[in-house]
Unconditional design. Structure first.
Length: 350
């Protein structure tokens, strides 16, 4: 209650108490005079006025203490309620939220004109795993900019994608130099161990693809990236890592705005079934790219496209089959460049 209202009530109580006290004294004198002359007189009016005056005096005392101490009735009520709750059996407290894990990234190289850093981030199972982050040259040149992110999956247990495919950074950088893609921050988490080909399990059960919150939080806290979500994050997989990228893009369009899978082999039926259970709202967008000479890879990509179409999935799937060069390494570089161009086109511009 405001202090001004307390002061007003205090003044009212003082005035009322004073009037009642004077009236009680006047009635008491009349009663004494009547008794002196042995006249009949009633004592009840004196007692009523005296009692009311005493009540006003108590109100004046309480309001005076409240005004001087700066207390408010609302606060007093809250304190009494807390005291009452304290006498009861305390309810079980909610478990505290886990403290954010601080991740330190150290420089491990400068491939493709950028900067490569490595840190350890807890995996979905809680165990620490290596995560490599490649910053393009533009990252240092544009200190106020926030960059989109591409998560690059590895298909080899216990390794990161750049360890399997060192040219992945060259492909991303050359796409930017040619004006076909915007600069991306590439994030390469270590693939889980326990099997020689982790993406085979993801292909068999793509519904198991989860939101890697620890990874996204660590990257967002340390680097100048766009907010995690489909407007700023995409996913890429090459060779054995391609099925992981395809599964992530088809099943989690709420996390990744687009996905690109290069030179992979896929389980079309499993991916189609998983795409049918993807969160409603946004249609998954996926590029399946393979070299022109890679007939098996192109056939597998077309099987995925046909399975998604037959299942009535909302996914938008494109196939790239035009890349041709004099060596497999050159084709791989160009395929990565095509993938980066596709991801640039699919993600909204900042």
């Amino acid at each position: 209650m405001p202090r001004s209202l307390l002061v007003l009530l205090l003044l009212v109580a003082v005035v009322a108490g004073s009037w009642l006290a004077r009236s009680a004294m006047s009635r008491w004198r009349d009663l004494r005079a009547a008794q002196t002359y042995e006249l009949a007189a009633e004592a009840r009016p004196v007692l009523v006025r005296a009692g009311a005056a005493v009540l006003c005096l108590m109100c004046v005392s309480a309001l005076g203490v409240a005004v001087l101490a700066g207390l408010r009735p609302g606060r007093v009520t809250v304190r009494q309620a807390v005291a009452a709750v304290g006498t009861e059996r305390p309810a079980a407290a909610a478990p505290p939220a886990p403290a954010p894990v601080e991740v330190l990234f150290s420089n491990v190289g400068r491939p493709a004109g950028g900067e490569l850093l490595q840190g350890e981030v807890p995996g979905p199972d809680g165990r620490p795993r290596a995560v490599r982050v490649w910053l393009p040259a533009e990252y240092r040149q544009e200190p106020a900019a926030r960059f989109p992110v591409v998560v690059v999956h590895s298909g080899t247990a216990g390794r990161t994608a750049d360890q399997d495919l060192p040219d992945v950074f060259d492909g991303a950088a050359s796409a930017v130099e040619l004006g076909r893609a915007r600069p991306f921050v590439l994030v390469a988490p270590e693939a889980p161990s326990g099997t020689g080909h982790p993406c085979d399990l993801v292909t068999a059960v793509p519904q198991a693809v989860a939101d890697d919150q620890a990874l996204r939080a660590a990257v967002g806290a340390v680097f100048r990236t766009r907010p995690a979500g489909p407007d700023g994050w995409a996913v890429l997989g090459v060779d054995d890592g391609a099925p992981c990228a395809a599964a992530a893009g088809l099943t989690r369009p709420d996390l990744y705005g687009a996905a690109a899978a290069v030179s992979g082999r896929y389980d079309g039926r499993a991916l189609a079934a998983a795409a049918g259970e993807a969160p409603a709202g946004t249609a998954p967008r996926l590029l399946l790219a393979a070299a022109k000479r890679d007939t098996d890879g192109l056939a597998s990509a077309r099987e995925v496209q046909a399975a998604l179409r037959d299942a009535g999935a909302r996914a938008e799937v494109r196939i790239s089959d035009l890349v041709q060069d004099y060596s497999a390494d050159r084709e791989q570089l160009r395929l990565v460049r095509v993938a980066m161009q596709y991801l640039t086109e699919q993600l909204p511009k900042p």
